[in-house]
Design a protein around this ligand. Structure first.
Ligand SMILES: Nc1ncnc2c1ncn2[C@@H]1O[C@H](COP(=O)(O)OP(=O)(O)OP(=O)(O)O)[C@@H](O)[C@H]1O
Length: 763
């Protein structure tokens, strides 16, 4: 007897019991349900567990951990037709309207969702549009100019780099722009200028690192606007770093991205500030909060109520610390205390901000009881999954600002989402200012005329009197489906948001590219850039050259515990010698082994078991008893959300005896010096965390990181995983991997199926 698709998927171990049970319940309710519908339902459930919002049945094989020759996949068109005809599947024709509540599945384009996830997407898209479309107070922007200049003193005049005929005087400035004529407003998309020193034809690069530059896309010279069209106003220029030329490769003008971000926040209620570690996202936000405080003061309005939040306690704490540092240096730089004193200096987790309710995933704050804040700033937005982002956005009050900070090159959230990537795709790459923004912000952005011109593309007007800007974001693909992610469920292909079809998404995005965080000890930037670009050849050359300070490549090393056990164990033993829980928590963050996978010989689980066994062989009084579930000095990680404890998947803590000698689990508290204590027996599900997966380490940093990749390729490996892993290191990075595995990892993107970008661009 031939097996059905559902049976084959289940028996060959591709489905979880939960996925199978969903399909079985549909079969019980209607025994005539076609097998391909049952299988698609199970795959939609599996897809969520792998971080997708839904499944593309036409490419469902990409969901499986390995290829399976036993599976006879239905023909895509026929499968789609059968799904669309099924009583279990609704096919809404309006992305903004709720789907039929009788059907547990929703088919939109070629994405099949569990209804709940389609509704999260719909609610999130509607909510982001609501926030972004609200006009924010625009008064007195010009009056802020002196303060703005004080906060962003280095805003340089953008000039094109020397062209052919170096040394010639710059051509005369073009005439000042007139506004676009009625009905013909134009967003200005300035092609990237060549990097300084680069020939007009993109020829020889006189800089040290040819490879990194070679990765940059060809950079055409800006062409003059056509006769009769407007010239580019100088203030519309945002120098945008080419994908291959970020970080250390940035030109001097990178600072004006920070100024532009702050200026745009004065005009738009939804702002995304993206950039890698240390590019000044938090510093920029601290400065723009000062501007908002000044704006309110100038108009005799109450000081804005501001919330700082992040998905994890650790990330919230790091953000608050950066804000405190930024405000302190502004105070030293002469910014008035009456402005600084109104700004927040502590952050909270998103769960705390939204108000957890015991034993339910719902929150105290939602559309009917919105957050009492005028500005909500959220860091580490790449970690936020679809349900949580939908709930956050739902709770942001009408007229309030939402500012999201994040690094788009990091791994997407562990749970269903890749929300940040989708919003970025809809918001465009941030390389243009619309004429509306440019005109309104002219008093702040003191840029001079651009020699040369700009190409001009028509755009529709936005809600704030500007024009919808933006071009397509990156379109990362799921393995085996390189063009299919972040795409229109209707078309199966990505459409550039704001590319002329339909109403553009009114959120704004600025990408910060210049790294400011100077670490004398760790020289990570060139390696991080190569990894981000997927340039395995350069990454391996850098690693093998052994020239990057405190970057250590252990090529082919499969077992760091064997080769470097003594020094690693010395660190873990020191955790038990800490005098206080605060000290133990601080020590624990000094070193972490990060893995790509949970299971297998290079997985976090087996490493933790081996480390515990080695520690128990220590023989001294502090050594844990062999096989003990909990012991003094043991780092732990929570693996499920517990709203009752306010402990969430990924939170890390340490076991430490209290003053009475009772072993307690300690987690960072709202105040750094007041960790929260729990009896280990009452903790939600948790594991040891001597080693942990890169996924779980998002939002955390450690002085020393040992990143261990599996010895064989694995579908979870991606450039985002390696990038996230190596950028967790503050002072020292050890990377244990083979060249082949690094090549395989960097050739792959971690990405997700989602209809969010399409939904956002659809209005
Ligand atoms: N324009 C600037 N000029 C000089 N130093 C800057 C500038 N912007 C940021 N910095 C410095 O760079 C460091 C990193 O800044 P910040 O913490 O704001 O970056 P971040 O992007 O938020 O980093 P992370 O993502 O790691 O939290 C800080 O020490 C800050 O003072």
């Amino acid at each position: 007897m031939t097996r059905t698709l559902l049976d084959t998927l289940y028996r060959n171990g591709h489905l979880r019991t939960l996925d199978h049970a969903l399909a079985q319940s549909l079969r019980r309710l209607d025994p005539d349900t076609p097998d391909s519908v049952l299988a698609a339902a199970a795959l939609a459930s599996l897809a969520v567990s792998k971080g997708h919002a839904g499944v593309k049945p036409c490419n469902a094989r990409a969901l499986l951990d390995s290829d399976d020759a036993d599976i006879a996949w239905p023909h895509a068109d026929g499968w789609r037709t059968t799904l669309a005809a099924s009583r279990w599947v609704s096919t809404p024709d309006d992305p903004t309207r709720p789907a039929d509540t009788d059907a547990p599945l929703v088919l939109e384009g070629d994405l099949l969702y569990l209804r709940r996830y389609r509704e999260y997407e719909r609610a999130l898209a509607n909510g982001l549009h609501r926030i972004a479309s609200h006009a924010v107070p625009q008064t007195n922007i010009a009056a802020l100019a002196p303060l703005f200049a004080q906060l962003f003193p280095a805003t340089p005049i953008p000039t094109l780099p020397p062209q052919a005929g170096e040394g010639q005087k710059a051509p005369p400035a073009p005439p000042l722009p007139q506004l676009a004529q009625e009905g013909q407003k134009a967003a200005l998309a300035l092609p990237l200028p060549p990097l300084a020193g680069e020939g007009r034809d993109g020829g020889a690069l006189p800089t040290q690192d040819h490879r990194a530059r070679a990765a940059a896309p060809a950079l055409p010279l800006p062409s003059h606007a056509e006769e009769g069209q407007q010239q580019a106003p100088a203030q519309t220029l945002l120098r945008h770093a080419g994908e291959g030329a970020r970080g250390a490769e940035e030109g001097k003008a990178a600072d004006d991205h920070q100024a532009h971000a702050a200026a745009l926040a004065l005009r738009h209620a939804l702002l995304l500030v993206t950039g890698g570690p240390g590019t000044g996202k938090t510093t920029t936000v601290a400065r723009l909060l000062v501007l908002l405080a000044a704006q309110a003061r100038n108009t005799n309005a109450p000081a804005p109520r501001i919330a700082l939040a992040a998905p994890t306690g650790r990330a919230a704490e790091r953000m608050a610390e950066s804000v405190r540092n930024a405000l302190q240096s502004l105070a030293g730089g002469g910014i008035h205390a009456h402005l600084l004193d109104t700004l927040p200096t502590s952050g909270s987790t998103l769960h705390r901000l939204l108000g957890t309710l015991p034993d339910t995933p719902r929150f105290r704050h939602h559309a009917d009881n919105p957050l009492p804040f005028d500005v909500v700033v959220v860091d580490e937005a790449s970690m936020i999954d679809l349900p949580l982002m939908a709930k956050l956005v739902d709770a942001v009050a009408d007229g309030a600002r939402l500012i999201l900070l994040g690094d788009p090159d990091q791994l997407p959230s562990v749970e269903a989402g890749d929300v940040l990537a989708a919003i970025l795709q809809a918001a465009g790459d941030g390389s243009t200012l619309t004429p509306g923004d440019a005109e309104a912000l002219q008093p702040l952005l003191r840029t001079g005329p651009i020699p040369g011109g700009a190409s001009i593309r028509p755009h529709e007007d936005d809600g704030n009197g500007g024009d919808g800007g933006g071009v397509s974001g990156s379109d990362r693909g799921v393995e085996g489906d390189a063009t299919a992610t972040h795409t229109s469920p209707a078309s199966g292909r990505g459409r550039a948001a704001g590319a002329g079809e339909g109403p553009p998404f009114p959120g704004r995005r600025i990408h910060l590219a210049r790294g400011y965080r100077q670490s004398e000890s760790l020289q990570l930037a060139p390696l991080a850039a190569a990894v981000r670009e997927g340039d395995a050849r350069n990454a391996l050359a850098l690693l093998r050259s052994n020239t990057l300070s405190n970057v250590h490549f252990h090529e082919g090393l499969a077992d760091p515990l064997q080769a470097h056990g003594d020094r690693l164990l010395a660190h873990w033993r020191s955790l038990a010698q800490a005098e206080t829980p605060v000290e133990a928590l601080a020590r624990a963050s000094r070193l972490r082994v990060l893995t790509a996978v949970r299971d297998g010989p290079q997985g976090a689980r087996s490493l933790n078991a081996r480390i515990e066994a080695l520690l128990s062989e220590g023989g001294d009084a502090a050594a844990p008893r062999r096989g003990a579930r909990h012991f003094h000095g043991q780092p732990i990680i929570v693996t499920e959300n517990s709203y009752r404890h306010r402990l969430f998947n990924g939170d890390t803590g340490i076991l430490h005896r209290d003053a009475n000698g009772t072993l307690m689990a300690w987690f960072p508290g709202d105040e750094p010096r007041q960790p929260r204590a729990f009896h280990p027996a009452t903790l939600p599900a948790h594991d040891s965390a001597f080693a942990m997966t890169v996924h779980k380490a998002q939002g955390s940093e450690f002085d020393s990181v040992w990143l261990l990749l599996p010895t064989r390729d694995n579908r979870v490996l991606s450039r985002e995983l390696v990038y996230t892993g190596i950028t967790r290191a503050r002072r020292e990075l050890h990377l244990a991997a083979t060249g082949d595995v690094i090549r395989a990892a960097l050739s792959r993107h971690a990405s997700r199926w989602s209809g969010l970008a399409w939904r956002l661009s659809s209005g």
